[in-house]
Design a protein around this ligand. Structure first.
Ligand code: F0G
Length: 418
């Protein structure tokens, strides 16, 4: 395994309580809360949150995202029910795949049904701290649902830009009922992000897509939970974490959590799980970059997949995530829509109901196991990012068909017998 790049820990003069922002490209530091800022003013690079001190596991206390406050930029956030999701063991699937053990971290059991809540509890709190008036995001659906709910909780106006006709029904319904203004854009997610980023740059709204560095801090807590729960359950950390990739925000967030734990002396670099990303074949620019050993991702203008949550042609956090794949000795793989649907059904048959994008993780694990990239003695965690009910149409299509029967017992028995 390659060495993990450990972030600089010398706070600049204008850090606040040992917290600051820094450019991932040129290290230019910025005060964390003095102004709205998404990118480096010197080189336009992505920003990340840095800390003078990194906590060890002993500093964590409580439940959910805010258990990890010692590793976050604020002491508290806008709260609903974020984090504290279950890590299910999946022994039948492990046997079937031929791995030593398999756990499924079900992020669909966050309050709004996806991992996005973890980022929003932090990001919306920062927005409120900055005193902004309007929140906004582009979304394939889940980000908009979470932002709408957390924005409503904070009493703030929320604007969401969605690719018209390409967002699953459950997600649109959530954004609508939580009171967001929904703008349906004639374009794909990447077009929506271009537009909303320009609106944010013009000062029209505070951007809460995952290029917002504070959001990824909340999402880091997925890694903390996986490590703590896996160690409690099995006595060790997982060898590998397999996750779906869209904008690669989660991949970047998990990698950051590992680097900070290593910096704290809380995690042996040799025990860092291998990060393994999965995309749908019709939307796989990140996989192409990993395969080419590239530091950047070439945008795909045409993208299509049943896993609409990850129907993304220009992963915004690629520059943060690609080193995470490389330095942990990981890889990335593309899977077909049929393989995604099969995996969704397999998870459901183990009682774990997820949306298609989430099932990509299991589909990717199966393909990598078949290719011998994943060893049979590995202990693996699949991250499932969104709940089954997010996309009722996909679930219904993948599941069993209803059988019409008459409204009498004899008729039902005859039907069952036949
Ligand atoms: N899984 C689900 C269910 C998602 O909604 C997303 C992203 C991902 C995986 C990919 O995560 O971007 O961190 O690599 N959804 C965003 C949205 C784009 O707008 O809801 P990533």
């Amino acid at each position: 395994m390659a060495e993990l790049t450990i972030p600089d820990s010398a706070p600049p003069a204008d850090a606040t309580d040992g917290v600051w922002l820094a450019c991932i490209e040129c290290d230019e530091p910025y005060p964390p809360f003095d102004a709205v800022r998404y990118r480096c003013e010197e080189c336009d690079g992505l920003l990340e949150v840095r800390y003078a001190d990194h906590p060890t596991f002993e500093a964590f206390d409580g439940h959910g995202v805010w258990r990890y406050a010692a590793a976050l930029p604020l002491d508290d956030g806008v709260r609903l029910a974020e984090g504290g999701t279950p890590l299910y063991s999946a022994p039948r699937l492990a046997d079937d795949l031929g791995v030593a053990d398999l756990h499924v971290k079900h992020e669909g059991l966050n309050g709004t049904g996806s991992f996005k809540d973890r980022g929003m509890t932090v990001g919306v709190a920062v927005a409120s701290h900055l005193g902004v008036e309007r929140l906004a995001c582009a979304s394939t659906g889940n980000t908009s649902a979470a932002l709408a709910a957390y924005g409503a909780r904070a009493g703030m106006e929320t604007l969401v830009l969605l690719p018209a006709g390409k967002v699953a029904a459950g997600k649109v319904a959530q954004a609508a009922l939580h009171g967001a203004r929904i703008l349906e854009v004639d374009g794909n997610f990447d077009d929506c992000l271009d537009v909303v980023a320009a609106l944010a740059d013009a000062g029209e709204a505070y951007l809460l897509n995952s290029i917002n560095p504070f959001r990824l801090e909340g999402q880091k807590t997925i890694a903390f939970e996986i490590l703590e729960e896996h160690r409690e359950r099995t006595g060790t950390y997982p060898d590998r974490i397999v996750l779906p990739v869209g904008n690669a925000g989660n991949t970047a967030a998990l990698y950051k959590a590992f680097r900070e734990l290593v910096a704290a002396g809380a995690l042996d670099p040799a025990a860092v799980p291998t990060l393994t990303g999965v995309q749908a074949a019709g939307s796989a620019p990140f996989v192409a970059a990993v395969e080419d050993g590239s530091e950047t991702v070439d945008r795909w203008d045409e993208v299509e997949t049943i896993a609409t949550a990850i129907r993304i042609g220009s992963p915004a956090n690629a520059r943060k995530a690609l080193p995470g794949i490389r330095e942990t000795g990981g890889t990335a793989i593309a899977v077909s829509d049929d393989a995604i649907t099969d995996a969704q059904r397999e998870l459901a048959e183990s009682g774990i109901g997820v949306e298609p994008a989430s099932a990509a993780s299991l589909a990717g694990l199966r393909k990598l196991r078949e290719r011998g990239v994943v060893d049979g003695d590995e202990s693996v965690v699949c991250l499932t990012t969104g709940h089954l009910l997010k996309d009722p149409a996909a679930a219904a299509a993948a599941g069993t068909d209803p059988e019409p029967v008459p409204a009498d017992v004899d008729g039902v028995l005859a039907h069952l017998g036949g």
